[in-house]
Design a protein around this ligand. Structure first.
Ligand code: SF4
Length: 256
């Protein structure tokens, strides 16, 4: 794969996303956790509000859980916000570990992304987009992480990782890749990998993810829950297990 062509293309097309303008590992960790399930353009206002409110790991570590959840509200998967706060508490107390996967909620991909963007460590960050690009180009049987590591130009991990992610997000998209615009089109196998369709899509309102989000939103707003009965109890048990709610002496749920 022509990595130089990829890097040149990225310089021309890169979107000016705010986390691309910083080397602060805390801000980068915030962005990566927010980006785990949400598209970049939707994340921007959340990211900016978050850093206005919690500009440092210590500020986040010391914030009340209620404020953390209120600011996260709308991004979904509230557990990520709590894990981020626990990671911030670790950093505030002990500093940054050399292996970021020691932080709560930080997996191999996030550790590589933050390490390369903040400290130029030569670590390839293979997210879903990067995995798709490399598999389409080089075949289903390749070891994607090993291949990304092999391609990574030493000393330029940050632009390489950004370029690979941008390629997957904007050109080598899940459906209808735009091969005519692709900077690494030469030599590509162009394997057709169509994302699996769900046979019967579930309505979002029927999912526990929706219900968990609504329960937290109701507690934040001091409003009644929009569900009841066994479903509510099941959701409350899950939220309590994840540390997102506690019960008072009478068993009533509330935010920690
Ligand atoms: Fe993806 Fe097409 Fe580029 Fe191959 S040529 S990497 S399939 S966009």
């Amino acid at each position: 794969m022509d990595v130089e062509a990829l890097l040149e293309w990225y310089e021309e097309v890169r979107r000016p996303l705010p986390w691309r303008e910083t080397r602060d590992p805390y801000a980068l960790l915030v962005s990566e956790v927010m980006l785990q399930q949400t598209q970049a353009l939707r994340v921007v206002p959340y990211y900016e509000r978050w850093l206005d409110e919690f500009p440092t790991a210590r500020a986040l570590a010391e914030a009340p859980v209620r404020e953390v959840l209120a600011l996260w509200s709308g991004l979904g998967y509230n557990r990520r916000a709590l894990a981020l706060q626990r990671a911030a508490a670790h950093v505030a107390e002990h500093g940054w570990p050399s292996d970021l996967t020691e932080l709560p909620g930080v997996g191999k991909y996030t550790a590589a992304a933050v390490s390369s963007f903040a400290w130029d460590r030569d670590m390839a960050a293979a997210d879903t987009n990067v995995r798709r690009v490399l598999t389409r180009r080089e075949g289903l049987e390749i070891d994607v992480s090993a291949r990304a590591d092999e391609l990574l130009p030493r000393g330029r991990a940050a632009p390489f990782n950004q370029a690979m992610m941008e390629l997957g997000a904007t050109v080598c998209r899940p459906r209808n890749p735009d091969c005519a615009q692709c900077p690494v089109e030469r030599g590509c196998l162009r394997l057709v990998i169509t994302p699996a369709r769900r046979v019967k899509p579930t309505k979002f309102e029927d999912t526990d993810r929706w219900a968990r989000g609504r329960v937290i939103a109701s507690l934040l707003a001091g409003e009644p829950f929009p569900l009841d009965g066994e479903r509510l109890e099941r959701v409350l048990v899950g939220l309590e297990r994840d540390g997102l709610i506690v019960r008072d002496a009478a068993g009533r749920p509330q935010l920690p």
